[in-house]
Design a protein around this ligand. Sequence first.
Ligand code: MSP
Length: 516
Amino acid sequence: MSPKTNNFYITTPIYYVNDRPHIGHAYTSVACDVLARFKRLSGVNVKFLTGTDEHGQKVEKSAAAQGITPQAMADANSQAFRDMAAQMNISNDDFIRTTEPRHIKSAQALWKKMVEKGHIYLGAYSGWYAVRDEAYYQESELVNGKAPTGADVEWVEEPSYFFDLSKWQDKLLAYYEANPHFIMPESRRNETISFVKGGLKDLSISRTTFSWGIPVPGDENDKGTTASLHERGQHIMYVWLDALANYLSALGYPDMQGDFWPADLHMVGKDIIRFHAVYWPAFLMAADLPVPKQVFAHGWWTIEGEKMSKSLGNAIAPADLVAEFGLDQTRWFLMREVPFGNDGNFSRERMITVINSELANNIGNLCQRTLSMIAKNCDGKVPEGNPEVGKQLQELCYGNLKIISGQMDNKLFHQALQLIVSIGSTANEFIDAEAPWGLKKTDPKRMEAVLYTLAEAIRCIGIYLQAIIPDSAAKILDQLAVPPAERGFAYLAPQFALKPGAPLPPPSGVFPRVGG
Ligand code: MSP
């Protein structure tokens, strides 16, 4: 975050429209959403971008295989990703499509800038290309005749514009050195540094053998004829240059608005780190633009131990999980199950266990017990507190903000979630130890104080939870009648604690048990 502007620009990768959304995509988007919401609750001015990557050979080929135009495929699947954002409650401020005029204009402006600075030249490419990865590979990188990712490769020979990537090796290494958190986690940083140290070749950044892409501006074959781009040999931009430019086009490049560049965080999967941490900073330096502050690569999900793939037909649609387990339950599981950055395995059994033990039995039960006792025994009003009762719990609630903020900044989502749950555990232990149901007759004052401390702990837990499970958090805070304007992290302090005597609505359960 820029201390000058208090702005924070966070992006998801833009999703290829040859595929339907699955939980791998939802994962990247939910992680960004949690961070975006956390920053907003901290008082930061956030811009959160997502969208779809619609050009390239992969999309063109998939559309042809289905007998539809690439535009029709892009329209349908871009909408599916927009729907995924809504289904997962993603709070993006913008949704960019690379087929939109605003993007085409920006991508071409970026190209022109790189030409103007002398970093693009015309040549001819001959080498291997993997359509599935939309990536060039060197002979030495192939494994048993395939890309290192397992994708099929094809031999390509065509005229091509090149970007002088080989000249940026030292500058990139110097940038990584000076900005140790630019590539995270550490393992990805090391992997990228050794790739760059291994030597960079100039990068082919245009194609002529198909036409589903952005025309290269000023290309000599761009004669304005009515023949197809492909027939007249028009160069179209390499889809990764086109796609990466989305992060700028959403800000209006070349007339950028709002003081959001450089981006604070590009969240990506580990498969696309090279594009974001090598090519992208080199393109930006070549265009005289500042380099993003961080690229964070998360791991990959397998499904019940197997790779998620179209051919295995085991991809899980986020909407199906939401329908079965609930939206917030799904968001919680995705962020809680795997230490962020590691690979993880999706298992229904684990999902049921995590939801039931942490949401239903822990936080849900805490709310249920406390709020129904208040409704029955305190006339449905916030009871009278006593600062001496449950002191340790009170301090835990307010004091954890700093720790959780640090965990969020380091993308340690699983730890942050665990810490919030641990406040719930402490509160549940407190209620068991105090047994307020027994105090009703023996010491009603203490019963009130115990319930007050618990209700206040629930208020704090609810405020923290807003970043992760916003709907359920809102339900919790509504039950405590916390005004919507008083739900930011600034209100995690004793002076904003619940007011005794304030009337509360009748309680209702927040987290049902799942899995029968
Ligand atoms: N279009 C490119 C990104 C361009 S960004 C300028 C792309 N798209 S993608 O749709 O294939 O992947 C988008 C994101 O989903 C990537 O971050 C990728 O890592 C993530 N995932 C795809 N499958 C995944 C899993 N099985 N598990 C976790 N994340 C996965 O790449």
